[in-house]
Design a protein around this ligand. Structure first.
Ligand code: MN
Length: 263
């Protein structure tokens, strides 16, 4: 084996059982909540499935189903073209994004304690800089995930809607600007139903994660799970969306490769 072949080293580690494959995905299920917008807007569809045949007269030797859903149902990827700020950028739909974006190092910012105390917790540059004092700078080109343990909620508690809208944690615009401009991240992901906080319509700009990330041709991930199983740094995220023509996003399977005993 040549000493410098990175894939041979990775293959060896996989074969030796030194790498765990952590699933960061919720199961696509009709009961899984989707984002709810004010009633004057079009709405996101839940996952639906219909049986075509199951070893019966409709198909004696095979089982298969048709499914429908939004591009933004379940654990899903947001492409730049999803937001008006990214609508004219090159390679901004899921079918045209350069595929190297889908395999990258990942940093996990643990905001779980703060989010347990304050359901409207906002991630700030100060929080990120304090994290960097412990874990080192967020490397260029990385994905950054905001751990809130929100994925452990279910039903109405997950969306956490009240008369004045959703109450869920998310980033400030300053935090997203810091990650893009100072750290050159490729994307930002959350456990909640959007990359933005539930009350982010009141931030400046409104929906700062969507507006700033997609305006800078960066990507989003939402409805992630199992972020508590990841180390703060050192894992590799694998997150290729479906190749939907002109797609604004896509449900997907998100995996993290984690060296054993690093958590
Ligand atoms: Mn989305």
């Amino acid at each position: 084996m040549s000493e410098n072949n990175a894939l041979e080293i990775l293959t060896g580690a996989l074969t030796a059982g030194q790498i765990d494959t952590v699933d960061l995905t919720h199961t696509l299920d009709p009961d899984f909540p989707v984002i709810v917008l004010p009633p004057e807007f079009g709405q996101c569809a839940r996952f639906r499935v219909e049986e075509v045949s199951r070893y019966d007269e409709r198909g004696p030797a095979w089982y298969w189903r048709n499914f429908t859903c939004s591009e933004h149902t379940g654990t899903h990827f947001d492409a730049p073209i999803h937001w008006v700020s990214g609508k004219d950028l090159p390679n901004s739909s899921v079918d045209s994004i350069p595929t190297d974006a889908f395999v990258r190092p990942v940093c996990v910012l643990d905001c779980s304690k703060e989010s347990a105390k304050d359901e409207d917790f906002l991630l700030t540059p100060k929080f990120i800089k304090n994290w960097e004092k412990v874990h080192g700078d967020v490397p260029g080109g990385a994905w950054v995930l905001m751990r809130t343990d929100w994925s452990k909620r279910s039903g109405a508690e997950y969306l956490n809607m009240r008369e004045d809208g959703a109450h869920t944690p998310g980033p400030t615009g300053d935090a997203i600007n810091y990650l893009i401009e100072t750290r050159n991240i490729i994307g930002f992901g959350t456990e909640t139903v959007g990359t933005d906080a539930g009350q982010s319509t009141h931030l400046s700009p409104p929906y700062p994660a969507h507006y700033l990330l997609h305006g800078a041709n960066r990507y989003g991930l939402q409805c992630l799970a199992n972020l508590d199983l990841l180390p703060a740094t050192g894992a590799i995220l694998v997150c290729p969306p479906l190749k939907i023509k002109n797609g604004s996003g896509s449900p997907l399977r998100v995996l993290a490769l984690v060296a054993r005993n690093t958590v």
